[in-house]
Design a protein around this ligand. Structure first.
Ligand code: UD1
Length: 420
């Protein structure tokens, strides 16, 4: 039987919470271990089902992994990789598994990976990845739902991305790391996870400069060495707890968080009258009793804009704010999956093309709702904390993909969530 959450309304959340390692940083770094052909030790790895799926995929290719979940150390040896073909069942489960394409191509001259296909939040094509591989000299065949790329050795090139895609930047950076000569990626993504990946690659002997800016220069090397790398804190998990503190009018200290990485969320919370302080120990988020939470408009954008991965959670907060907010999604074409469910809980939201118009209401009410994807699911959990009566959320395996025991962590802060 699938698990579900039963959530009681709670008083304000209070206490301290330690943020885990970043899901979106560890997935590309796991793919990058393929490039080394050595044993790599990753630290601060979060215990998430997506990470399980990615290391499972590496194992099917011939890698050996050993994961000490208590310490957060994941050892990956890619010396014995003997297959360059990813299985369909794994790629459809986890879109990020398409990130093995660049490393397999660069190290073995070949990769065959099924197209990741659509998902709940939109069609999510990989055309930018493929154009980049072709520019690096690979033969690219995209037929029968499968991508095959081949090249004896990739050759450095100048590549301009039409859109600063996170995944394409990562795949191409990894491919170029072992290419012959220099690659220049322009208009690339600048997310903190890109910088983390570049740090891993450089620690392994790569020559990458400019990660975190819109132009990355990669001097290809012949081979890479074994390395140890600690994954950055998860800025989306942190942002989710920041919004949870705000929504319940609470007072929460987040530790193991990089203040710079959550700046877009911090700025929005301040705009709606939440107090956010950077302390030596972490970030303290609390409600200001003398100021009601007010509405604010927001538009999702590539980093350092407001993250699309925080849009649904912030919408939950705006559902009970004073006033009307216009929330515009510009990164994905269909990322308002939470709206119908929030409306079932009494929220007043209208969708007009890429914008959602949210009218703050006095109270949300608990009912049965379903999590359609990871962040939409998180938004429903947050809304339920503040709703009258019980909320039952099904589809919580989506939530477990990206949050390590969200229920347990929130309960430590005073929430009452049962997993049944
Ligand atoms: C990553 C994150 C995801 C986050 C997203 C945007 C991981 C594992 N996932 O996803 O949580 O929501 O960044 O911050 O890190 N696009 C194309 N062609 C391409 C590639 C992308 O048109 O070849 C489009 C997508 O359809 C989408 C937009 O670009 O509309 C952004 O996608 P991208 O930045 O590539 O996101 P992901 O890497 O898939």
């Amino acid at each position: 039987m699938a698990e579900k959450f039963i959530i009681e309304p709670c008083e304000e959340l209070r206490g301290e919470i330690e943020i885990g390692g970043s899901k979106n940083a560890v997935l590309p770094v796991l793919a990058a271990t393929i490039l080394t052909g050595q044993e790599n030790v990753l630290q601060n790895v979060p215990s998430l089902s997506d990470v399980e799926a990615m290391s499972g995929l590496l194992e099917t290719l011939g890698a050996k992994t050993q994961w000490d979940k208590k310490s957060g150390n994941l050892t990956v040896s890619t010396a014995a990789i003997n297959s360059q073909e990813a299985a369909y069942e794994l790629v459809v489960k986890l879109r990020a598994s398409f990130l093995v394409t660049g490393p397999l191509l660069a190290r073995f001259g070949k990769a065959k990976v099924p197209l990741p296909g659509g998902c709940a939040i939109g069609s999510r094509p990989v055309d930018l990845h493929l154009k980049g591989f072709a520019a690096l000299g690979a033969e690219v065949d995209n037929s029968h739902g499968c991508v095959t790329v081949e090249a004896r050795r990739l050759k450095g090139a100048k590549i301009y991305l039409d859109f600063p895609s996170v995944g394409a930047t990562e795949n191409l950076m990894m491919a170029a790391a072992l290419a012959e000569g220099q690659t220049i990626l322009e208009n690339c993504a600048v997310e903190p996870e890109i910088v983390d990946l570049a740090n891993f690659l450089n620690a392994a002997g790569g020559k990458i400069r400019g990660a975190g800016t819109d132009t990355i220069k990669i001097d290809g090397v012949r081979d890479m060495k074994a390395t140890q790398h600690s994954i950055i804190p998860d800025r989306i998990e942190a942002g989710t707890f920041m919004v949870a503190a705000a929504l319940t009018r609470g007072d929460v200290l987040l530790t193991n968080v990089t203040a710079d990485h959550v700046k877009p969320v911090t700025a929005k919370l301040k705009e709606v009258n939440i107090l956010v302080e950077e302390l030596e120990t972490g970030i303290r988020v609390r409600h200001d009793p003398s100021h009601e939470i007010i509405s604010a408009d927001l538009k999702t954008m590539p980093y350092p804009g407001f993250p699309t991965d925080m849009q649904a959670q912030f919408m939950a907060l705006m559902c009970t704010a004073g006033g009307t907010s216009i929330i515009t999604e510009t990164v994905f074409e269909n990322r308002f999956m939470q709206v119908g469910e929030l409306k079932r809980m009494g929220a007043e939201i209208k969708i007009e093309s890429r914008s959602a118009i949210v009218e703050g209401v006095k109270k949300l009410t608990g009912t049965q709702v379903a999590a359609s994807d990871l962040r939409a699911g998180a938004a429903l959990v947050l809304a339920a904390l503040r709703a009258d009566g019980l909320t039952e959320i099904t589809g919580i395996h989506h939530i477990d993909r990206g949050y390590y025991r969200l229920d347990t962590s929130l309960n430590k802060l005073g929430a009452r969530i049962k997993r049944v």
